[in-house]
Each structure stands twice: as C-alpha cells, then as structure tokens.
Write a new protein. Structure first.
Length: 186
C-alpha cells in the first residue's frame, strides 16, 4: 500500500542535502615529494569492471593540480571516529600545512600508486586517472581503482554523509531485501 507524503518547496541549491551520492572520503595525493589530504563528498561509482569512480575536485583546491599532474590518488574511507578530523582537514589548505602531521594521521604505502593511504581510515582505494576528458569543463576526474583494502571488521562501518551547513548524517541500520534482488538489476 502506498501513501502520499506532504511536500514543501526548497531552494534548488539545497538538493545536494538529499542526493549527495555517498560517504565523505579523504583523498590523499603526492606530487613532487609533497603530500596532501582533502575532504571530498562529490563522488560516484561509475562502473564495476573495471572499477571506475567519478570525482569532482574543485580547481581551486590544492589537491586538484597535484592529482592532475600525478594522475593518481587514494580515496580513503573514514568512519565516525574521524568526524572532527574530516571537518578540520576540509577547512585547512594543504598549500601551507602538512595535513598528515597536523592531524596526526599515518601515511602508508599504497599498492599500485605513489600517493599514500591513510592508516586510520576504514578503507583505502588506490586510484589512477582513467579518463581526463571532463576535467577542464567540469573538474570531473574518472579514476580506476587499482587496489582496495578495508578493515576486517565491522562489515558495514558507520560512515559520514554531508548534508550541508556543517551537518552530517551517519549511515544507519542495514535493511536486507535479498529475497527480492535480481543480480544485474540494481
């Protein structure tokens, strides 16, 4: 049985509050012996095999040129225990701050790329630039994940999802509908 839901109009610039594609991630990069970390929320899975991620990185962000030149990065998945660090990283420029040192994060070698992974994050996904056709027009990078690792537990971590204005939601309970699922349909 369906039921109608009362609605209200909102300014279109607030749509992201409801449609933000996924959890907040920390993107680490290395170029010319310098490292950086940026907080990012604009990303999406584009393909399963090869594993492709689309990411918007603003041209004014210090990481933009580092990633564009090196053609690689690590997409790190923080959990709620890093909430304050995620916000502080997003509010700090890497142009004049070593964020690994400033925020007491541990850089470790990543398989397949020179950019470091962040040891304190639940997951680390090493990426190489796969397609640069949309960078100039939309700041949209398409990466191929070349190696991936996640913590042994929990299976589904509490991740942060940005809703704007300094507010986050946290991934909630899991709902299974495997009995209705048909492979290849979602």
């Amino acid at each position: 049985m369906t039921h109608c839901i009362a609605k209200r109009s909102i300014p279109v610039e607030r749509v992201r509050r409801y449609l933000e594609p996924g959890p907040i991630v920390l993107v680490s990069s290395r170029w010319q012996d310098k490292t950086n970390i940026m907080t990012m929320g604009w990303h999406t899975v584009m393909e399963f095999s090869p594993s492709l991620l689309g990411c918007v990185i603003a041209a004014g962000n210090h990481s933009f040129e580092m990633i564009r030149q090196s053609r690689e990065c690590v997409v790190n998945l923080p959990t709620t225990h890093l909430t304050d660090t995620v916000v502080k990283i997003g509010n700090t420029s890497g142009a004049d701050t070593d964020k690994f040192t400033a925020f007491e994060l541990t850089p470790l070698p990543a398989d397949g790329v020179d950019a470091p992974l962040i040891a304190e994050c639940y997951g680390n996904f090493a990426c190489r630039l796969y397609d640069d056709a949309l960078i100039d027009k939309y700041n949209f990078f398409i990466f191929e994940v070349v190696s991936a690792q996640v913590a042994t537990r929990p299976d589904l971590p509490e991740t942060l999802h940005y809703t704007g204005d300094g507010v986050f939601t946290v991934s909630g309970k899991t709902i299974s509908r495997r009995h209705l699922f048909r492979p290849g349909m979602l």
